[in-house]
Design a protein around this ligand. Structure first.
Ligand code: FES
Length: 620
């Protein structure tokens, strides 16, 4: 951090928040609120004179509440810049009767109670999201007594207590009586790997097993006589040298008991803790005694990650961590071009993995910054200004905010550098005013027509997105899985490209069944474009029902690239549905849709006539 602070080409905006981001790869404009510190950070030498006279005492968050700080403070000793700030919610203020002591004491006159937040606009070419993570709060797990027993602490609190810069200067003591505990129990997976949402998150937090092993070794190093027991589901030590460290901890006498305690009780006299646990290795119910219990808490997405997600049009997994553009091919890229991830913003990871990913992100960002030109997608959308009515429907559905409409009724324009080519805008445009290069309406309609040219009643039209469903079909083929041969796939980049009119055209040409398939939610390669697919298909189901056509004849399925088996299964099910569609049903559908089309044509003709008449009246 010090190096970053000193680097001539790095500008650190500490104590600041991003408020808005506009633009696209190579041309981002970021609005930053630099919060008022009430102390001039360029003048403050961190002498600490102000702290000595501040009468306000509050718990120190950095020391997990084990010690206190003043209203004027430095967040942590290694903070960059090394300057104090005043928490105005705690400060007694500038009123000399109330206080004002710090201002009086500061020789350098750095303190300004009237300092205001500054709004800065920063122009950047790329953005790296390294927003970190939060730690699971075990307050809800009352069977472990975290809120009731002082000697039940979290792994974060343990860190502060054993740290040389912590409140006890590294002398490890238990909170109830400040004596060094003789027997310490660690409980793993607190808030992780549970399917009960009231007890935490379903994923493995990745770092807790090794953190406990490291903590155990640290204890053994400082206090060789201390007994350490670890209660676990299974120990995950899969990094380089991690298994060795696990065995080393065993050699040092750390005991591992497979099974998580059901509850913890406290001896009110001694404040010692009694743990009841089913040892799943022996099948016995055991009780263990400990002077101190450490809950090895998991990690979870940053509380305000949602704001960054909105600002940068990012996508997240069900767990709430940011979703990368592609897990294998673009593991550090965000779906929005020019944005990269580093650290736990993407998923829980240890220091080594965070540094590796940060280096990769920096290199990826540098690739862009060091080029004069960047390659854009060949598959982008184009607006036909003659057909566009300026309704703005395309603007609202673009997952990348790549369509700009200066004001209502204006013809929007597409920022090609930001357009990723999902085609959702084309499908949303009711006037056919947006075309997608290489996946034009005419090209897709020609495929529909040719599929259904002969014996349409025997075919199923399948719209498959390039990244998941189509690849799932490939995988089914490679795996030699059997599925009917009368299904005809039309590839689109995303299921969001499937226009209502393509589905209607297929039915009008005699298709018994139409299947729209795409990636699972959160897997869509165009952020959340497949949510538009759902809306569109739901609208189509309503429309089909209204016209007396069975909505089940239009199917929607999510199939990933790895789900070859599911692809084959779905195709077999679809074939069964196709066989249930009668000749009469198809004929009825063709007739009804033809009539609908005629009516629509007549309506449009009438509207055009009216417009001409109105124009003529205005002219004459
Ligand atoms: Fe597959 Fe969007 S890319 S549904």
């Amino acid at each position: 951090m010090m190096d970053a602070g000193r680097h001539p080409r790095i500008e650190l905006l500490a104590y600041s928040e991003v408020e808005n981001v506009t633009g696209y790869i190579g041309n981002f404009s970021v609005t930053v609120r630099k919060k008022a510190r009430y102390i001039d950070e360029n003048e403050c030498t961190a002498c600490g004179d102000c702290v000595e006279v501040c009468p306000v005492i509050v718990p120190d968050e950095n020391q997990m509440g084990f010690s206190s700080r003043r209203a004027v403070y430095i967040q942590l000793p290694q903070a960059v810049p090394s300057a104090y700030l005043i928490n105005m919610d705690e400060c007694l203020g500038n009123n000399p009767i109330a206080c004002g002591k710090c201002k009086e004491k500061c020789d350098k006159e750095c303190i300004d109670y009237d300092m205001k937040d500054e709004i800065l606009n920063v122009e950047v070419g790329t953005i790296v999201v390294a927003t970190g993570m939060d730690v699971y709060d075990p307050t809800a797990l009352d069977d472990y007594g975290y809120t009731r027993f002082p000697n039940v602490i979290t792994s974060m609190e343990f860190e502060r207590l054993i740290c040389a810069g912590g409140p006890t200067e590294g002398h490890f003591v238990r909170p109830s009586d400040e004596t060094t505990p003789k027997k310490i129990a660690f409980i793993q997976c607190v808030g992780s790997r549970t399917l009960n949402p009231e007890r935490g998150n379903p994923y493995c937090s990745n770092i807790c097993c090794m953190n406990t092993i490291k903590d155990g070794l640290l204890l053994k190093d400082h206090y060789p006589e201390v007994d350490v027991e670890v209660f676990y589901i299974d120990i995950r030590a899969f990094g380089k040298g991690f298994e060795d460290l696990f065995y080393k901890s065993k050699e040092q006498g750390i005991k591992y008991i497979r099974g998580l305690p059901g509850e913890i009780q406290e001896d009110p006299q001694t404040k010692n803790l009694i743990l009841t646990v089913e040892n799943t290795t022996t099948g016995e119910l055991e009780t263990h005694q400990a002077d101190l219990v450490v809950l090895s808490v998991g990690v979870q997405p940053k509380r305000d990650a949602e704001i960054i997600k909105q600002l940068l049009t990012l996508s997240s997994t069900q767990d709430g961590f940011f979703l990368e553009s592609h897990p294998k091919l673009k593991p550090v890229d965000a779906p929005t071009r020019g944005v990269f991830f580093a650290g736990c913003a993407e998923y829980p990871k240890d220091i080594k993995d965070s540094v590796t990913q940060a280096s990769a992100s920096a290199a990826r960002a540098n690739n862009i910054l060091s080029s004069d030109k960047i390659k854009i997608e060949a598959i982008t959308s184009v607006v036909d200004s003659d057909l566009c009515t300026g309704c703005g429907a395309c603007v609202g559905v673009c997952p990348y905010n790549a369509i700009i409409q200066e004001k209502k009724k204006d013809v929007p324009f597409i920022i090609e550098a930001a357009c990723a080519g999902c085609g959702t805008c084309g499908a949303a445009c009711r006037f056919g005013a947006i075309e997608m290069r290489h996946f034009t309406d005419a090209q897709i309609e020609a495929q529909i027509d040719s599929i259904l040219e002969e014996n349409p009643q025997e075919k199923t039209v399948v719209f498959a997105c390039n990244w998941c469903s189509y690849a799932g079909g490939d995988f089914a083929g490679l795996s030699r899985l059997q599925y009917p041969t009368n299904q005809r796939l039309i590839r689109t980049m995303c299921s969001g490209r499937v226009d209502e009119k393509f589905v209607i055209r297929a039915f009008e040409k005699g298709a018994p069944i139409v299947l729209v398939s795409g990636c699972h939610f959160a897997d869509c390669h165009y952020i959340d474009a497949n949510r538009q697919t759902v809306r569109r298909v739901e609208r189509l189901w309503d429309k089909l029902e209204r016209l007396g056509i069975r909505p089940e004849r239009l199917q929607l399925e999510w199939i990933s690239a790895a789900e070859g088996q599911k692809f084959a299964l779905v195709m077999n099910e679809i074939e069964k549905l196709r066989q249930q569609v009668t000749k009469e049903e198809i004929e009825h559908t063709v007739k009804v849709l033809k009539e609908e089309r005629e009516k629509k044509k007549a309506r449009e003709k009438k509207r055009a006539q009216k417009q001409d008449e109105a124009q003529a009246a205005a002219a004459g």
